[in-house]
Design a binder for this molecule. Structure first.
Ligand SMILES: Cc1cc2nc3c(=O)[nH]c(=O)nc-3n(C[C@H](O)[C@H](O)[C@H](O)COP(=O)(O)OP(=O)(O)OC[C@H]3O[C@@H](n4cnc5c(N)ncnc54)[C@H](O)[C@@H]3O)c2cc1C
Length: 369
């Protein structure tokens, strides 16, 4: 059996792992990226703010569509369209996006292995990993650090911390014969209580789905959603897949960094995970480059903890039932509210100022409406 010694091994070549590998390799760090499935097309709407492409230096040529309108649909089918041309969303095909990110990492100098990590253990001086290639041969990897970037079903987290990332189910389908020029968010107790259902443009048609708070009722919600939205005449077959439901959790322990979905770093309310996967990969890489592992959690918290807590609070308040959702949709009719929310959500406005504006508007509107 082959044995490799390396400073950092990364388990998973999705956005978080591939981006971490790129940042490490660009700093001339010794890094090995391991991905088990090169043709994996991650179940995902593929929507992220366009500005992320400049921030992470990702070629814009891989963008399938650019979206400049968001539609919010209330339980009573009241629709508010929001112009987001100042902060457009890009839609990517995940198979292509993830492949490009891995290629960027390899171009920067990362080593790459197409294999499945089957076992990981930690010891005081580092981590030990057993990986199996497609032909069945096994490789042992000894590393100082590991980055767990293996997604919402993270086996690394399960094997080392005896828990999965905190998560809820989604139920989704791709429909090829339809198009949508906006990203639509539908709310209501009959289609996705406490969360939302969506219709997003996709690289090839549209992607529809819902976040389900009750796995036994997800087909029921899905059928309701399709009937209500009238998006297609017959109901297409859907599939289930977990999405993280953020709660504060272990980001670093015993030489292992947990990034992206493996640490449930998905923004509450919007369930936006691609950006935070890329960002957490970058922050973990920076901590490794400085040989200061605790820096990762410190940087993450100083950048995002407040925002994640705030969005979770808003989700708990506004999505608790139809009455509150209707209040929220009323708020969205207010142009100042729209601008403040979109600027805050996209990370383009400083949190402190935006929070003040939001609180002021919410207070006054709830009082007087
Ligand atoms: C239905 C749905 C819709 C979504 N829509 C959006 C959206 O529109 N916008 C958005 O921002 N977010 C969206 N998300 C969330 C987003 O998909 C995730 O947050 C994001 O993919 C997380 O990236 P990651 O790199 O942490 O994990 P992943 O993208 O899951 O990547 C993990 C990688 O690890 C590999 N891997 C796993 N185990 C092993 C192993 N043992 N050995 C080797 N490799 C392994 C996997 O093959 C995979 O390539 C959606 C999620 C779902 C379920």
């Amino acid at each position: 059996m082959d044995t490799i010694a390396i400073k950092t091994v990364i388990i998973g070549g999705g956005p978080s792992g591939a981006n971490a590998a790129k940042y490490l390799a660009s700093a001339k760090e010794d890094v090995l990226l391991i991905e088990k499935n090169l043709s994996f097309d991650k179940p995902c709407g593929g929507g992220l703010f366009l500005k992320a492409f400049d921030e992470f230096d990702i070629p814009k040529t891989i963008i399938s569509k650019v979206v400049k309108t968001i539609d919010i649909v209330s339980p009573k089918l009241k629709k508010v369209s929001i112009d987001i041309s100042n902060y457009p969303l890009a839609i990517v095909h995940r198979q292509n996006f993830d492949k490009t990110l891995r290629e960027l990492a390899v171009e920067a100098g990362a080593k790459f292995l197409n294999a499945k990590v089957i076992r990981i253990s930690t010891k005081p001086e580092g981590v030990k990993i057993l990986a199996r290639k497609l032909d069945g041969t096994e490789i042992t990897i000894n590393a100082k650090y590991a980055i767990a970037a293996d997604g919402v079903n993270s086996q690394t987290r399960w094997q080392l911390l005896k828990e999965y990332p905190n998560r809820v189910l989604t139920y989704y389908a791709n429909i090829q014969e339809k198009t949508s020029s906006s990203c639509q968010f539908w709310f209501g107790d009959d289609i996705s209580p406490k969360h939302y259902s969506w219709i997003f443009p996709h690289h090839n048609g549209i992607n529809i789905g819902l976040v389900a708070n009750n796995k036994y009722k997800m087909k029921y919600f899905y059928n309701n959603f399709l009937k209500k939205s009238k998006i297609v005449a017959s109901i297409p077959k859907a599939k289930g897949y977990f999405i993280p439901h953020w709660k504060r959790t272990t980001l670093y322990k015993d030489n292992v960094f947990y990034v992206g979905d493996s640490a449930s770093l998905v923004l509450p309310f919007t369930y936006e995970g691609i950006y935070y996967a890329l960002k957490s990969g970058q922050l973990a890489a920076e901590a490794i480059i400085k040989d200061d592992p605790l820096l990762y959690e410190k940087s993450w918290n100083s950048l995002y903890l407040k925002k994640f807590k705030f969005l979770r609070t808003l989700q708990n308040i506004f999505l608790q039932n139809d009455w509150w959702v209707n209040k929220m949709v009323q708020l969205y009719q207010h142009p100042k509210f729209q601008t403040a929310v979109i600027a805050y959500w996209s990370g383009s406005r400083k949190p402190a100022g935006t929070l003040k504006t939001l609180y002021k508007i919410i207070r006054s509107l709830i009082k007087y409406n």
